[in-house]
Design a protein around this ligand. Structure first.
Ligand SMILES: [Mg+2]
Length: 368
């Protein structure tokens, strides 16, 4: 089997109501989709947070998709970053799975989890709102929908962070897990003040207080914070994870499969994390392609050894995003607080080409 064509699609989707984390207003969702065709008639789909210029992908033409690791190494040599290669790697695994009639998680050694507990990822700031407006209603709706964990946005200063966390905790009760995400808004000292300000609301983890390359700041915050520290969603490739993991600057490591380099890179990163006694809980923020890929990979991550292991929580993005809800013919949904790991060959995904065309602003192709 050989790769015959590669198409890249830049997709953008304008949201109806803009929403903000601590640093960025989201007015549109933008992703890169990769389609890889083969001479066997099998087509694979992948997603990157962005896609490379197609010229840099020509080395994959005429090559066997089962050589995904070789092709990833050649891409790096050719100047393609792990982040830009992510979508191609995911598409190659989709092809391999379809070729052998097995789900991708079996290509990775098999699923430890048949289903994963989900957390509702939302609770942003909306245009014109007071800092806590709408939080109680939104958080309460997640609990009513069956979620046993939620993640909210903070990073607006310690006092506002505490007020927002208090509003959500009051709405969800004492049993639902609550994580907070500061999206790199702070320096080390301000971050530590924020961790202390929100701590009384029983915070399961505190995410991205500072930019991901500030390893020493993460170490300092981790030592001072009264809860677990999470981060890493923006890092690319094994090497960018090396210092933050080996210097024990995080408790929970959060690679994003469409940024970190696809299955090939993420398997190395989760091995590095496991060897250091830290947890991997993937980040997921994108379309149904990234969601499916994350499910297959996360299903293979180890369960804790205890009788009551920590939940292997899957990030379920609850913001408005038609690239997540419409791009696949069978969208993934949570039921009773869980999402089922797909068992169909490959990623187990069928793309709605009308939806793909509707949101594509640029398509590029290379062929053999
Ligand atoms: Mg985050």
């Amino acid at each position: 089997m050989k790769v015959t064509k590669i198409h890249t699609y830049d997709l953008t989707y304008p949201v109806e109501r803009a929403f903000a984390n601590s640093c960025v207003w989201n007015r549109a969702r933008t992703i890169g989709v990769v389609e890889v065709e083969t001479d066997a008639g099998i087509t694979g789909w992948g997603e990157g947070s962005r896609v490379p210029a197609v010229g840099i992908l020509t080395h994959a033409l005429g090559r066997d998709p089962f050589d995904a690791q070789v092709l990833a190494a050649e891409a790096t040599t050719a100047g393609c970053t792990p982040g830009a290669w992510s979508g191609v790697d995911i598409a190659l695994y989709d092809i391999m799975g379809q070729a052998v009639g097995r789900p991708v998680h079996q290509l990775l050694g098999g699923a430890v989890h048949e289903r994963l507990p989900v957390y509702a990822s939302g609770l942003f700031l909306y245009d014109g709102d007071e800092p806590t407006a709408g939080l109680a209603q939104e958080a309460g709706a997640y609990v009513a929908a069956g979620f046993s964990a939620v993640k909210m946005k903070i990073g607006f200063g310690a006092r506002i962070d505490a007020a927002r966390a208090a509003a959500v905790r009051a709405a969800i009760g004492s049993e639902v897990l609550l994580a907070v995400d500061a999206n790199c808004a702070y320096d080390a000292g301000t971050a530590i003040a924020s961790t202390r300000a929100v701590a009384e609301h029983d915070i399961y983890w505190y995410e991205e207080p500072v930019p991901p390359t500030a390893v020493e700041a993460y170490r300092e915050i981790r030592q001072a914070a009264p809860m677990q520290l999470a981060g890493g969603e923006a890092l690319e490739g094994l090497n960018e994870f090396r210092d933050i993991v080996s210097k024990r600057a995080l408790d929970i490591v959060q690679p994003d499969i469409s940024i970190a380099g696809g299955f090939t890179a993420c398997r190395k990163i989760d091995a590095l994390t496991e060897a250091h006694g830290l947890r991997t809980l993937p980040h997921m923020w994108g379309s149904s392609i990234r969601l499916a890929a994350t499910l297959h990979w996360q299903a293979t991550l180890p369960e804790g050894a205890g009788l009551v292991p920590e939940p292997c929580l899957f990030e379920f993005d609850m913001t408005e995003n038609k690239l997540r809800t419409e791009l696949a013919l069978t969208p993934y949904e949570q039921r009773d607080g869980y999402v089922v790991v797909p068992d169909a060959p490959g990623l187990g995904l069928q793309i709605d080409r009308e939806v793909l065309a509707r949101y594509t602003r640029k398509k590029q192709s290379v062929s053999d």
